[in-house]
Ligand binder design. Structure first.
Ligand code: ATP
Length: 380
């Protein structure tokens, strides 16, 4: 349900009344509040408002972050998407997506799903100078928060050794809802010293061999992949390294029963396409086969053993916050997202930050394994 202020606002912004009513009826839109700032978030797409779109009470609209098309055959994918146009190649950083915007004099960080994230909002000014929004109130910064101490992911990129960092990869104009051209973004980031994703330069279809070499190097270094973008940001595609696919399987296998089948299917097939495109054979093939098999099986077997011994399946996260109250706000935020989280430990790092350790429990996956272990008979 949304209040009458938002209802009128959304209609003024062009959402047809009937669409709004249907959306409300199925819970596709939700009104929330963060420290006195009210907003609605779109849980579903409707009438030009993408899923994840956030509309604030003052009329500020932050569009949902669009899906990026994936290619799994690098050479052919590049030819098909970019034809003979050049494209910039950037690192695909493995973290969580945030959109950063200034609303009612406050810099806010939004999650992909359209929540104001209390943790990211508190920490974002460690990475982005407030001057940026003084000078450019009409811009939205989009980037990845990544590191080993993240509230949403158990791992981060290998080069972030502690805590978390922000990496800019897109800048949107609020009014037009469009991305700035790549070079303009690079310049702005340099001017305001906003940390950005690593840039590998301008490529085109004649240099896919070099691009494949880059992928191999990134994979060896345990990095996630690349995102390719034409200078005008009109065509964008992503390609993920075999290391990242196998590592995701390893992380997912621990909570096997909590994930859709497609999670594993997609990643296995991407590794297969990589091996086929590179004609990987012999010993190298054997190594991939072994690491994929282990990634799929080992954590799942370990989870089964843990549950059979009476434990629950859980994951541990740590984050660094300036105020303990932020940790409590995060717990409330997780609860709203329907997750089961509890704070395990609070440690004073004596440098202005507290380190908070959370545990996320997976009751459904635990129950499923428990039942099966206890001999449940079922029809496939
Ligand atoms: P989808 O985009 O289809 O929703 P997804 O949410 O599973 O897929 P990924 O497959 O991880 O996301 O890829 C897209 C995400 O990659 C983006 O949402 C963005 O947060 C992240 N990302 C990291 N680095 C970059 C970059 N350099 N350019 C664009 N996106 C990047």
């Amino acid at each position: 349900m949304v209040g009458s202020h938002f209802r009128d606002l959304l209609i003024r912004l062009g959402l047809p009344r009937e669409r709004l009513e249907v959306l409300e009826g199925k819970g596709g839109i939700e009104e929330n509040e963060f420290e006195g700032i009210r907003y609605v978030r779109f849980r579903d797409s409707a009438g030009g408002f993408r899923r994840g779109t956030v509309v604030f009470g003052d009329g500020t609209v932050v569009p949902g972050f669009p899906h990026i098309k994936r290619i799994v055959q690098l050479g052919n994918g590049v030819k098909r998407i970019f034809k003979n146009k050049p494209f910039y190649v950037e690192e695909k950083v493995d973290g969580y997506n945030v959109r950063v915007v200034k609303v009612e004099d406050k810099i806010l960080a939004l999650t992909r799903g359209g929540f104001v994230c209390p943790f990211t909002t508190e920490r974002i000014t460690d990475f982005i100078d407030e001057d940026f929004f003084e000078d450019h109130p009409g811009l939205i910064l989009v980037g990845e928060m990544a590191g080993p101490e993240s509230p949403y992911l158990v791992e981060g990129p290998p080069y972030v050794k502690e805590d978390i960092q922000f990496f800019l990869f897109d800048v949107w104009e609020r009014e037009r809802g469009k991305s700035l051209p790549v070079e303009e973004r690079y310049k702005l980031a340099e001017e305001y010293e906003i940390p950005q994703v690593e840039r590998f330069g301008l490529f085109d279809r004649t240099r896919t061999d070099e691009l494949m070499e880059l992928i191999e190097k990134l994979s060896e270094e345990g990095r996630e992949g690349v995102v390719m973008k034409t200078p005008d940001m009109k065509r964008i595609a992503k390609y993920v390294t075999p290391h990242a696919n196998i590592n995701d399987i390893k992380i997912g296998s621990r909570i096997f029963f909590d994930l859709p089948h497609g999670y594993f299917m997609g990643r296995i097939s991407r590794v297969a396409f990589y091996l086929a495109e590179r004609h990987v054979k012999g010993e190298e093939f054997e190594e991939y086969a072994k690491s994929l098999g282990e990634a799929l099986l080992k954590p799942l077997v370990e989870s089964i053993v843990e549950v059979s011994q009476g434990h629950e399946i859980e994951e541990t996260f740590t984050v660094r916050v300036r105020n303990i109250s932020t940790a409590h706000k995060m717990v409330a935020h997780f609860e709203r997202m329907g997750l089961r989280i509890r704070i395990e430990d609070i440690e004073d790092l004596k440098n202005g930050y507290w380190r908070i350790t959370f545990k996320r429990v997976y009751p459904d996956a635990t129950r499923e394994i428990k039942e099966l272990w206890n001999g449940l008979a079922f029809v496939d």
